[in-house]
Ligand binder design. Sequence first.
Ligand code: F6R
Length: 365
Amino acid sequence: SMNGYDHYMLKEIHEQPDSLRNAMRGRLNDEDATAVFGGLNLTPQQLRGVERIILTGCGTSWHSALVGEYMIEEFARIPVCVEYASELRYRNPPIENNTLVFGITQSGETADTLAALNETKRKGHRTLAICNVVGSSIAQAADGGVYLHAGPEIGVASTKAYSSQCCVLAMLSLYFGRMRHMSFESGGRIIEELRRLPAAVEQALTCDSEIRRIASKYAEASNFLYLGRRYNFPTALEGALKLKEISYIHAEGYPAAEMKHGPIALVDKHTPSVFIMPRGTTYDKVMSNMEEVKARGGPVIAVASHEEAQIRRIADEVIMIPEVPEFLQPIVSAVPLQLLSYHIAVLRGCDVDKPRNLAKSVTVE
Ligand code: F6R
């Protein structure tokens, strides 16, 4: 049931503090300052020997793969490739020995992801699934894996599965990191930060009414840009995809610094740009990118973590989210973008839970 919510999508957005707690339940080990997984089906020796990781999936799951790439490279220092499953299955790339392949999928039934995993498995590589639906085709095809435990996701637009995928990837980064050079202290700190995550997401959800107000101002736009850097670049792609699929507004996500290489030509007074810019390494750079857009007359919506006069001066709208470490920003900053696309779609009279032309699981290629 929808538990009093108007749509499954809204219910699932609000379930995220709980679905994140469920993703972490029993998986954080304080004694060894690491994560534990029951179903990887690989020995510590096999896992230690991993020299490259391929993350593959489609759509929103491909976006969480991009987040995972940044996390695994930062914390475990293992080189990562992110591949669209539909490309990986036919591209026949050379894959080195000791490569571990993760298929990331909410449904566990996406035809391209299943085929990509089977193709790499056939070549003799180890395959794991990061999957929500227990016993699904991909969960069965992989050598092992990690379940999200997010509960059923009914809305066609993926929300809580996305945040749980990012969370599982964060725990995997901790796990692989601690198997290599990450210290006990660093591992312990990451565990603490993960434990604080559900409360931060809860706080991000309180901006709902502010976002509804912003949505009503921009619901008539025909184009949106979403911009962010580093960990917030995949968030820009995910924000744009959410808006496209449920409100049918054209939207594009870019790394904020790519603007000047073309997309800035799209900026005009009818084209809002959403800047995902919680404070972090590239904060000042993104601030200048935002200023460039503003100078060209584009409306600016900023998603920020700190009250600051400069942001208020440049941006037309500011959505405040709580401060979390950079690697967890994708999970927290996705929340206002999910809500923004939800409210815009509702205002435009769209069928939020069953957008046109889309199916919950894509079992054809
Ligand atoms: C977007 C969305 C799709 C799916 C994609 C992969 O909101 O839901 O882009 O993410 O079809 O689906 P799964 O994760 O089930 O393999």
